[in-house]
Design a protein around this ligand. Sequence first.
Ligand SMILES: CC(C)(COP(=O)(O)OP(=O)(O)OC[C@H]1O[C@@H](n2cnc3c(N)ncnc32)[C@H](O)[C@@H]1OP(=O)(O)O)[C@@H](O)C(=O)NCCC(=O)NCCS
Length: 105
Amino acid sequence: MTMSVPPSDDVRSLSSYGRRPNTGWLCQVAVAPELRGRAVAKVLYAVACDWARAEGITTVGLDTAAPAEHLVAMYSRWGFKHVDEVHFPGKNYDSIVMTKRLSGR
Ligand SMILES: CC(C)(COP(=O)(O)OP(=O)(O)OC[C@H]1O[C@@H](n2cnc3c(N)ncnc32)[C@H](O)[C@@H]1OP(=O)(O)O)[C@@H](O)C(=O)NCCC(=O)NCCS
């Protein structure tokens, strides 16, 4: 899992949400197959949010393939809202942009 601050040029050019100030972009979310289902992704996400807060980030965004309903559902459970749809050049599917405001500590 990575957090891009600011979001990549691709994201910034495709979605106005990527151009908003104090926004970090969650990328490269992946857990090795043998470790899945043990809350590794959730723990990584909590650590990434702690880091983001310390860096002054107030909103976290991400993009995920629209057909990947289980991922959209997972991010929704984590509190992300569907705010935009984009199409990355060269991909044969649309992507959903989701954002979440980070609560203070
Ligand atoms: C998606 C992925 C990162 C989840 O990692 P993980 O460590 O197994 O996830 P966790 O154990 O922390 O579970 C997180 C949540 O997702 C759910 N979940 C995990 N994998 C799931 C799956 N394949 N289908 C449905 N739900 C799933 C869990 O039930 C859990 O739900 P909760 O938040 O309501 O408790 C992992 O399956 C993966 O690497 N997949 C391939 C790469 C990928 O698709 N990355 C996303 C790019 S946008």
